[in-house]
Design a protein around this ligand. Structure first.
Ligand code: NAD
Ligand code: UDX
Length: 484
């Protein structure tokens, strides 16, 4: 077994994760592959115009690209060169057929499994890096090794015989019948966008789930060694947690559901604060001081966005339904329902504050990314709110430091939307500024200048509670916040 690593999928997870793995393991070659040639070209671009924005990422890529980190569309030769294969392809919510709107769409993942089977010419460790429903590893095993997909391990001789029956189902070069052994592990990723490099360099924990067999345990040790880094200089051993495969798969969904639940809970309380005169930031500060509750993920706002929370909670809902746990399914559905409600409430409050008519008014939306320090706009609250405002015939001017390109693509086809790099230009002649993303640039803007350029009465709706409301009021703004 060689020590080289390939990751299939060069997205928000594959790119940064492999860049840091390469940095911390200079004695290993790391290949990152994708079917999207444009994305690979961007990863390889001379001027480091990488396909995603992530603080600190360019520096890591500069350090390792071309030395021991390689981006390529040639999946076949990368699979042949590497005995450790990470799979980091996208697993979005399925929008058709059985489980539509809740289950994960596993078509990209399954295509990858078949590619691996087609190209492999020796034993491989296959590591699920994508977030997947529990027991997906059994299906991965069934495709790679032959079997029932129920998760039981079948004897090697039988496996070899059965794999003959699967020959030809892959991409054409299937090596079924050669007795190649694939060991499937789960190693979910916990990094958050915007802090990916920091999270990867010093994670709270690394999770590796493996089968409780001799081969399984050996494979888990191999992956532990990667995270320990060369000369043990990366993740401390006590932070590398090992479990069985099913626990690892479920833990990832569970962790995201718990975090999303906190955001929905605090937003549910925010509405009550608005109605009663309590202040959600004060409530959250005091709640968080109880160590049993903790202070993180208690920030009220426009609701959660991003590619993970909604998808993973929906996936959990679908799993609960599949196993007949209907009350649990309903419980987790409430987290999503509360999130949608929070965004609808933003528009209702704006409507009321702007004299019950928004038609033809200009609103400057400050921030379109789902959070600060990323250009990612997947499931961004700003997208949903922008659509609702568009239905009210608002003239929307959207500004964002990093997300304009993605935003334009998301809202393509909607009339009445302009995009401005410069927030001052976006706010000129506007009736309101609607702050959706907590970019650190926004509190530092010259708000007096913005006030002077706006139509009066000028309103600021700060959905992140990140501006100095007192100072804005002194300038002359009417101010709305969340949970106050
Ligand atoms: P992404 O869409 O940015 O990247 C996935 C990449 O996989 C795409 O570039 C796509 O072209 C490529 N791909 C799809 N099918 C392929 C195939 N057959 N062969 C080669 N490449 C293929 O997605 P992402 O945000 O990186 O997420 C990937 C997985 O990681 C998902 O399961 C997600 O839930 C999980 N995850 C994401 C995050 C995050 O912060 N984005 C965090 C933790 C876990
Ligand atoms: C999340 C998980 O945090 C991470 O562990 C997992 O690997 C991927 O999913 P991410 O979606 O990148 O990461 O960002 P995160 O920081 O979790 O924020 C998610 C959303 O919740 C954002 O829209 C953010 O603005 C919102 N949020 C977060 C709040 O509204 N309040 C909070 O207190 C925290």
């Amino acid at each position: 077994m060689n020590r080289n690593i390939v990751c299939i999928g060069a997205g928000y997870i594959g790119g940064p994760t492999m860049a840091v793995i390469a940095k911390m393991n200079p004695d290993r070659k790391v290949y990152v592959c994708d079917i999207n040639a444009k994305r690979i070209a961007a990863w390889n671009s001379k001027n480091y115009a990488l396909p995603i924005y992530e603080p600190g990422l360019v520096d890591v890529v500069k350090e390792v690209r071309g030395k021991n980190l390689f981006f390529t569309t040639d999946i076949k030769s990368a699979v042949k060169k590497c005995d450790i294969i990470f799979v980091g392809v996208n697993t979005p919510t399925k929008m058709f057929g059985r489980g539509a709107g809740r289950a994960s769409d596993l078509q990209f993942w399954e295509a990858t499994a078949r590619e691996i089977k087609g190209y492999a010419d020796g034993d491989k460790i296959v590591v699920e890096k994508s977030t997947l429903p529990v027991r997906t590893a059994a299906a991965m095993e069934a495709i790679l090794n032959g079997g029932t997909g129920n998760g039981e391990r079948i004897p090697r001789a039988k496996r070899v015989a059965e794999s003959d029956a699967l020959a030809g189902v892959g991409t054409g070069n299937g090596k079924a019948g050669t007795g190649i052994r694939f060991t499937v592990l789960s190693n979910p990723e916990f990094l958050a966008e915007g802090t990916a490099i920091k999270d990867l360099l010093s994670p709270d924990r690394v999770l590796i789930g493996g089968p409780e067999t001799v081969e399984g345990r050996a494979a888990v040790r191999e992956i532990c060694d990667i995270y320990a880094g060369k000369d043990g200089k990366w993740v401390e051993r006590y932070k590398i947690l090992t479990t069985n495969v099913w626990s690892a798969e479920l833990t990832k969904l569970a962790a995201n559901a718990m975090l999303a639940q906190r955001v929905s809970s605090v937003n549910a309380l925010a509405g009550l604060c608005e109605a009663t005169g309590a202040d959600i930031d004060e409530v959250a500060r005091v709640m968080g001081a109880d160590r049993r509750i903790g202070s993180k993920f208690l920030k009220a706002g426009p609701g959660f966005g991003g590619s993970c929370f909604k998808k993973d909670v929906l996936n959990l809902v679908y799993l609960c339904e599949t196993f007949g746990l209907h009350t649990a399914a309903e419980y987790w559905s409430g987290v999503i329902k509360m999130n949608d409600h929070q965004q609808e409430r933003i528009v209702s409050r704006l409507f009321k504050a702007m004299f019950n008519t928004l038609a033809n008014k200009k609103i400057a939306m400050f921030g379109f990314a789902f959070k600060a320090d990323t250009g990612d706009t997947r499931e961004t609250p700003a997208g949903y709110v922008a659509r609702l405002l568009n239905e009210e015939h608002v003239r929307l001017a959207i500004t964002d430091p990093k997300a304009i390109e993605n935003g334009k693509r998301d809202l393509a086809g909607l009339d009445g939307i302009t995009w401005e790099k410069d927030p001052y230009k976006a706010a000129k002649d506007a009736d309101a500024v609607l702050l959706m993303t907590d970019w650190k640039e926004y509190p530092a803007l010259d708000w007096e200048k913005i006030f002077k350029s706006m139509r009066k009465p000028a309103l600021v709706f700060d959905t992140r509670n990140c501006l100095d409301a007192g100072a804005l009021k002194k300038i002359g703004f009417r101010v709305l916040n969340v949970g106050k």
